[in-house]
Design a protein around this ligand. Structure first.
Ligand code: FE2
Ligand code: FE2
Length: 136
């Protein structure tokens, strides 16, 4: 299990958004560290709680920008956000039902694919649009 470090390839060049993405990577690494130490299950509650708060705050930040500047590709992007919110809800449900077998691995893999797919492919698409409008 290698640690994902926030680096320049993840930057969307909007300061407050980059800061929030870094927070997601902190949550991911917290879970990974706990799993390495054999306490993944114990860390899950905090990780799921942090994620629920993070998505609400972070997606609103992005979607506020979309609205303010009429970002043309917002519909599909917002749909993806909704699916992240739903899936975190499902993780929370599983956790509450004590279905924690394999849940740490599932959540961790999900967060890695979130960074690699959503941040590095989908989010990065808006950089140029916003940067060219003076948002950075
Ligand atoms: Fe994002
Ligand atoms: Fe996004």
């Amino acid at each position: 299990m290698s640690v994902i470090e926030f680096d320049d390839t993840m930057l969307v060049n909007i300061k407050h958004i980059d800061k929030q993405h870094k927070k997601l990577i902190d949550i991911l690494n917290k879970l990974r560290d706990a799993m390495k130490a054999g306490s993944g299950k114990e860390a899950l509650e905090e990780v799921i709680t942090d994620l629920a708060a993070y998505v609400e705050y972070h997606f609103k930040s992005e979607e506020d920008l979309f609205k303010k500047y009429n970002y043309p590709d917002s519909t599909k992007h917002i749909e993806e956000h909704k699916s992240y919110i739903e899936n975190i809800g499902k993780f929370n449900e599983k956790f509450n039902l004590n279905k924690t077998l394999g849940l740490s691995v599932e959540v961790l893999n999900y967060l890695v694919s979130w960074v690699k797919h959503h941040i590095m492919e989908v989010d990065k698409k808006y950089s140029e649009f916003f940067n060219s409008r003076g948002v950075n």
